[in-house]
Every structure is written in C-alpha cells, then in structure tokens.
Design a protein around this ligand. Structure first.
Ligand code: PLP
Length: 460
C-alpha cells in the first residue's frame, strides 16, 4: 500500500542549539522607536522579539555546516576551501568563472563597475534595491519590466515574478546599443518574492539571443524558485530541484549571488560568468575591493559553510517545509482580512500596506507606518518595501513607488510554528485598528538607499 502523506508538514530538523529572545514592554518599544527616528534598521536586535526584517544571513546553520567551519582552510591563495566552494557552486551553476564576494551587493558592484556606465540601460524583471543602486552609481539606468500582474497585489498568477518579454523586446528594439546585459531576479524579491517560470527565462533568453545580449540571473533565491517551477509548471513535477536549477543556469551567461539567502550561509556571495574578457576585468576589480579571487572577501570557513548549504538547500523535504511555512503565515493573515500579495512567495509574506491603510497617502509612507505599528504592538520587526525604499530618485525628486508593501521575511530554519502563530496575532491586532494609524513624515534622509538611515516622525 502506498504511504498516505500526512497533512502536517513538519520542520525537517531538530533544534541543535538555542538562542534566547528578550521580551520587551510596550513602553520599551515606544522608547526604542522614538530614539531611532522610527527606523527599524536602527533598532537594536535585542529589542526585537521576532525578527522578520530579512531572510538574508539570518538562517540557522546545520551541524554539517558548523563541521565545515572547522574544516575551513585560511590560505591566502588556492585554499582547498575555495575549491570545495567552487565545485559546489558549479555543480548547480556551471559558469566558467566563479568569483567569491563577501555578499551579493559586492558582486553587483563589481559587475556594474565593469559592465555598466553612463548612458547604458539595464533591464530586469524588478531590480532589488542594492542592484538598482549599483546600476545607478555606475551612471546607468535601471529599468524594471515586470509583467502587469506583478503590480497588482491581489491578482493571482503562478509566476508573478516573470519579466514582461514583449516590453523587453520593445526596449531592445529601440535602444539595443545601450543595453550591455539583461538581468532576471529569481525569485523576484521586490515584486513580492514571486517566482519566475522556466518558460519565461527561456523566452527572455530568446530575446537576448536576437540582440546578442548576455543574460544574468540575480539568483539569490534560486532553490525556492526551482521548487515553484517543480510544483506549478507543467512538465517539471518529476524533475529534481537540482536539475531544474541547472536548467535555469544553462539559459544564462552569468549570475550575481548572495549566499545569505538560499545557500543557508550567514555571509557570502559570488559573481559567476562565462565571458573571459569581462571576467578578467571583474577579477581585477575584485582584487582591488574584495581580495584575491580564491577568497574574495570571505574566510575559508565561510566558503565551507556556503558549499555545504548549497547541498542542503535543494533538498525536497526542506523546500516543501520552507514554502509551506511561508504560506501558513500568509493564509492565516488572509483569513484575518489582511490584504496580502498573493499567491504567497518563497521567502516572505508581503502585506499590502497601501490596501490596508487607504487613509494614508503613499507619500506619507503607509508601509513605514505599518512596520512601526507591528513593532510597537508586539516587537515584530518587518521591512517597508515601497515608497521609502524606491520613491526617491537620483535627481532628488520623489514619487510613490508602484506598491507600498511590508515584508515579513522568514529566516530559514530559525522560527517555529508557535512563533508564527504569535506573529499572526500581532498583525491581526494591528489590522483591527488600522484606521487609527497615522502616516509618517521624513525628518532627515541621505540621497541614496534612504530606507537604511532616514529618520521619520508620525504625522500626529
Ligand atoms: C534579489 C536580491 N538581490 C541582491 C541582494 C543583495 O544581497 P546582499 O544582501 O548579500 O548584498 C538581495 C538581498 O536581500 C536580494 O534580495
């Protein structure tokens, strides 16, 4: 008789060591908000109970990863840890050149210093904030081309992270000479953690071929993306995730990567590419900013942790639990009447703050208002992904972002179901008095990446 599957999808791991969390009072949290100018990036981690600010570098490592840390070889050049790292990367992403970097944005900085520049245009399904900033710092223009469904939080689409291929075709038809490369972000973080289908990657590849343009993946969440392809795209139900990843990689000419996401490491990243002459320019830049190309800003032990994490993150039981636990949170919030981006993505639940707080104008930052309210209510830290993050332009003007979202990012293998039940209660309580929440104004801000350091004040 075939095994009847159980309805409960459990965490496929036991707790190995524990880290205490500090409960705070409402008064303590109000004081922390006032002292930090209502910027949750400035709040101390000890003052946060459930930290859903990011899934980046916040996951729990496995016993085998900690064993890898002990194996770390710290030779300046040619360490065995580098070759174990490179082999683990190329077993999934067989690019000719793999340049380690201390995190994803360092890889982006190297790539766009070498391949960007004034007058150039970089299309992407949706640039992540650091990717956009690195493109713009080079003098190039970052253009987002999501499919129309990607801009509507309530509209369901199995691959809402897809790029608008027709729009890419139009862009290349009118300014092909200005486009040095095309990027695809998998999954599409700023667009709601939504996956990109294999059919879409293939279609983008075909347009790139027509114009002779290289395609780069911003592949931070490749394993979650591949899991969605396996579970949602026709023809992939029986294909192992690792093979799906190799097929995705085979359609690209290079990648930027943050190992702080799917590879289950606390630090790290890399740049992968096939073009020998671009690789040489990038390697020279890497030596200047990150270090020798066999360590690239990382200790040998970090390279070991990434290599082992890469083996673990394509495991089907892990990915099934991962995607299910995100949907568990999302479904409960939806049931409580909280407007969310649907369907739920791979690493986070995105609350539609503009939909939840229609009385707050986008230029009074409904996402920031909601994120602060969640912290004040229950010590839950989240992240605004909206007008604060994307509304300020290089020329100093400001306009509303396409969406005002609050991201509840779930660190990998870190929190349990009861932690999520607590988060659900906190969000539902804030939602029940949403009409009372005030908008925010900016008191001070830098010219770039303002969400990290801007200071805010409530409007009343
Ligand atoms: C899609 C995407 N690209 C790039 C990055 C940058 O990676 P890192 O934080 O390692 O610099 C992130 C980080 O959150 C991301 O989500």
């Amino acid at each position: 008789m075939p095994d009847e599957p159980f309805r409960t999808i459990i965490e496929p791991f036991r707790i190995h060591s524990v880290e205490p969390m500090r409960l705070t009072t409402r008064e303590q949290r109000a004081a922390a908000l006032a002292a930090t100018g209502y910027n949750l990036f400035e709040v101390r981690a000890e003052d946060v109970l459930i930290d859903l600010l990011t899934d980046s570098g916040t996951g729990a490592m496995s016993a085998e990863q900690w064993a890898g840390i002990q194996r770390g070889n710290e030779a300046y050049a040619g360490a065995p840890s580098f070759y174990r790292f490179r082999d683990a990367v190329t077993s999934l992403f067989p690019f000719r050149h793999i340049l380690p970097a201390h995190q994803g944005r360092a890889a982006e900085h190297i790539l766009f210093t070498a391949a960007g520049g004034p007058g150039l245009v970089i299309p992407n399904n949706t640039h992540f904030d650091t990717t956009r900033a690195n493109v713009e710092v080079s003098g190039a223009q970052a253009v987002d081309l999501p499919i129309p469904e990607g801009l509507h939080p309530a509209q369901r689409h199995p691959f809402k992270g897809n790029m608008d291929v027709a729009a890419l075709g139009r862009l290349l038809a009118s300014q092909a000479d200005a486009v040095p490369l095309v990027m695809l972000t998998v999954t599409n973080n700023s667009g709601g953690g939504q996956p990109v289908s294999m059919a879409n990657i293939r279609a983008v590849r075909e347009v790139c071929n027509r114009y002779g343009k290289p395609l780069f993946l911003d592949a931070c969440r490749f394993a979650e993306n591949a899991w969605f392809i396996r579970t949602r795209e026709a023809g992939y139900a029986d294909v192992p995730v690792a093979d799906i990843v190799r097929e995705m990689a085979g359609l690209a000419d290079g990648m930027t990567m943050s190992a702080k996401k799917d590879p289950l490491a606390n630090i790290g990243g890399w740049l992968g590419l096939n073009d020998d002459s671009l690789a040489e320019r990038c390697r020279n830049l890497e030596i200047l900013t990150e270090g020798f190309p066999t360590y690239g800003g990382l200790a040998g032990r970090d390279l070991e942790a990434i290599a082992q994490g890469l083996r673990e993150c394509t495991d089907h039981d892990y990915l099934s639990y991962r995607v299910r636990s995100v949907a568990y949170l999302g479904e409960a919030l939806e049931a409580a009447g909280v407007p969310c981006v649907v369907p739920f993505g791979g690493h986070a639940v995105f609350i539609d703050a503009r939909g939840m707080l229609p009385h707050i104008d986008p230029l009074q930052y409904p996402g920031q208002a909601l994120a602060c309210a969640l912290y004040a209510e229950g010590g839950v830290r989240s992240c605004e992904i909206g007008t604060v993050m994307f509304g300020l332009h290089p020329d100093g003007t400001e306009s509303p972002a396409a969406l005002d979202l609050v991201r509840l990012a779930i660190p990998r293998r870190t929190y349990t179901q009861s932690h999520m039940d607590y988060v659900i209660e906190v969000v539902a309580r804030v939602a029940s008095r949403a009409a009372e929440l005030p908008g925010m104004r900016i008191v001070s801000q830098p010219r770039q990446l303002r969400h990290f350091t801007a200071r805010f004040a409530p409007l009343r």
